[in-house]
Design a protein around this ligand. Structure first.
Ligand code: KG4
Ligand code: ZN
Length: 369
């Protein structure tokens, strides 16, 4: 089966071709330089950029895969969560392609795509699912930090999630306070390499709580007050490096401890981690160490599949079709506030039942749901 997939949920325009689990092409046009000027993603600019780039990105993916439109058996796109207008670009383009080619369409949940990206491995890369074993999955993207218990392929239960700021958001906001460029995570990781993690003792929010929820806004606020008390610190590169290393250590300790605890409690023998923050080298090493100490196997998404890409969307769509999923209606709408609980092998709920007023307000404020 050959699947053509698109991803336009935030600030990456991506198209991929997946055939029988193999990724034949995965083209990603990043908008980072565009949004860096504003210190974060500007939804209107992101939408226009998707519109501008999508035709070329799609054509390049097909060319690299040496696949013609007529060879495509199914078309997929990210349906939610994400920036509403941005989602619309990829979803409607994919549905139009499915319609004219008479092929099935699959609308994919963005976090489900991140979740299963942990099974993409090898060179050339492919989705290696084998005999599926239950896992606890940590998804750490820009707008979400969540833990899910995946009992079998496409059967998952959300154990806990972000109560306010997600880990990626926390990196981005603290980087902004320090005057570092967007996106904050990679910028802070680079500086942290020159700093000492124990220099400043920042809080580890919700670390001691016996639940699987996350909240990083307290950490951000603590750093803001700390910087207010030390206004000269931003001028001293070494001190900034110490802050980056200390913040990074706080975020990682919370992520790693809560993930391993959830896995142990759930009785699984394997942990996965994926999403943009999982690119972080220190996080990867710490999670590896903690899993090894508890005898847990670890599937870490490869860094190139941690950040947003269409290959993970295509992999999920193909697996679902192979498992007998009927696909998504070719005129289905976007689901900007779609919960990971509500996806799986069934059709997504209609957006009106799903997107809440709070999610809308949050998007208006932060550009993220
Ligand atoms: O998954 P992703 O590409 O997009 C969303 O779905 O949101 O994640 C982007 C997030 C940003 O917050 C970015 O700062 C963070 O991932 N990130 C990192 C690193 N690379 C990307 N955070 C920490 N360390 C990194 N190396
Ligand atoms: Zn993402």
């Amino acid at each position: 089966m050959t699947v053509f997939s698109l991803e336009t949920s935030c600030d990456e325009t991506s198209a991929a071709v997946v055939r029988d689990g193999r990724i034949l092409a995965n083209v990603v046009a990043s908008q980072v330089p565009l949004h860096a000027e504003y210190g974060g993603v500007v939804p209107e600019l992101a939408t226009r950029e998707h519109l501008r780039n999508l035709p070329a990105v799609a054509a390049l993916a097909l060319r690299q895969a040496q696949v013609g439109v007529g060879d495509v058996d199914a078309v997929a796109a990210t349906r939610g969560p994400g920036l509403p207008q941005a989602l619309m670009i990829g979803l409607k383009a994919a549905q139009a392609m499915a319609y004219v080619t008479g092929t099935p369409f699959v609308g994919v949940h963005h976090h489900e795509a991140h979740l299963y990206s942990a099974w993409i491995t090898g060179s050339p890369p492919r989705g290696e699912f084998g005999v599926f074993e239950p896992v606890v999955a940590l998804i750490v993207s820009g707008g979400h930090t969540l833990l899910a218990h995946v009992e079998s392929e496409f059967r998952h239960r959300v154990l806990g999630g972000t109560l306010d700021d997600a880990a990626g958001e926390c990196f981005d906001k603290i980087a902004k306070l320090l005057g570092l460029p967007y996106p904050g995570g990679p910028a802070m990781e680079r500086l942290a390499a020159d700093g000492k993690a124990g220099t400043f003792d920042f809080p580890r929010p919700m670390l001691g709580e016996e639940n699987d929820d996350f909240s990083f806004s307290g950490l951000k606020t603590a750093v803001r007050y700390f910087l207010d008390r030390h206004p000269q610190l931003r001028e001293d590169r070494q001190q900034v490096a110490h802050v980056c290393a200390s913040v990074q250590a706080a975020i990682i300790e919370v992520l790693v401890t809560k993930t391993v605890r959830a896995a142990t409690r759930s009785g699984v023998w394997c942990v996965t981690a994926s999403g943009g923050v999982a690119c972080n080298g220190t996080f990867r090493r710490e999670l590896e160490r903690a899993c090894a100490a508890k005898g847990l196997r670890l599937r870490l998404a490869e860094p190139r599949f941690c950040t947003d890409n269409a290959a993970m969307v295509g992999i999920v769509a193909e697996r679902k079709l192979k498992h007998g999923c009927p696909g998504t209606s070719p005129d289905a709408d976007i689901c900007p506030g779609w919960s990971l609980e509500d996806c799986g092998m069934e059709e997504a709920p209609r957006p009106a039942e799903n997107a809440s007023r709070e999610e809308g307000a949050r998007w208006m404020e932060t550009g993220r749901i």
